[in-house]
Design a binder for this molecule. Structure first.
Ligand code: ATP
Ligand code: MG
Length: 230
């Protein structure tokens, strides 16, 4: 396959929530390709469907219509178990809140996806330590989440997302709770991972400056902007 071939393709994807009078159409007939190695920013007003889009790409939810192709297969038709397996191996998630487990230290938080995938404890911890070193937290492995700063917590979350070496990182406002300095550090880290490891990332952000530093910006516009009779 040629360089820059898409890692994710969305074809005619539609998604809404609710029924009848409560029905909300969020995405309508959306086409999007994310290329290998690309750092793609997704921006748009609050409520436009950025998280919805990320959840669909991350196989956390299913489209109402359209196809989603991950790598070279159509994942819109996979059953729940196959989707969960694909999620564990092919996709890393980072959210605005870190979702680290309070009762586990940084090493064991990062090791968790590896343990779930069946790796032995010591092998998983060894790999977790390498990952923590890569995100600049080699000396924080034994700290529990409440002993880490917000920026450090998010970097642990990135290390955890990358534990299974997924080709695709999906991040939903990963710097939303961080101050400028920590946001900058986290963003630089993702940039480094792209250069050094050929990662592909889709980052939802409200920060235009950060979006502008990505390879490409995808702007999501509200559906139904066209005037219609009520
Ligand atoms: N599970 C759900 N049930 C019903 N409506 C939902 C659900 N999830 C999202 N929505 C609605 O879908 C629309 C898009 O939500 P989404 O979370 O994708 O927006 P967003 O672009 O990520 O916004 P923000 O920038 O505030 O995070 C919103 O109007 C929201 O209320
Ligand atoms: Mg959102």
């Amino acid at each position: 396959m040629s360089e820059g071939a898409p890692i994710v393709v969305l074809e005619g994807v539609s998604k809404g929530y609710g029924e009848g009078a409560n029905r909300v159409e969020v995405l309508r007939d959306l086409d999007l390709e994310v290329h290998r190695g690309e750092l793609l920013a997704v921006v748009g007003p609050s409520g436009v469907g950025k998280s919805t889009l990320l959840h669909l790409m991350g196989l956390l939810d299913r489209p109402d219509a359209g196809r989603i192709i991950l790598g070279d297969r159509d994942v819109s038709t996979l059953d729940q178990e196959a989707r969960a397996r694909a999620r564990n191996r092919e996709i890393g998630f980072v959210f605005q809140y870190h979702y680290l487990l309070d009762e586990l230290n940084a090493v064991d938080n990062v090791a968790l996806p590896l343990r779930i995938a069946g790796r032995r404890t010591e092998a998983a911890r060894g790999r977790a330590r390498e990952l923590l070193e890569r995100v600049g937290l080699a000396d924080r492995g034994h700290h529990f989440p409440d002993q880490l700063s917000g920026g450090e917590q998010q970097r642990v979350a990135v290390a955890r997302a990358l534990a299974m070496e997924p080709p695709l990182l999906l991040a939903d406002e990963p710097t939303g709770n961080l101050d400028r300095n920590n946001a900058e550090k986290l963003f630089s880290l993702v940039g480094e991972l792209h250069l050094l490891e050929g990662l592909t990332s889709v980052i939802v952000t409200h920060n235009e400056e950060m979006a502008g530093r990505c390879d490409r910006v995808f702007r999501l516009a509200p559906v139904g902007d066209e005037s219609r009779d009520v």
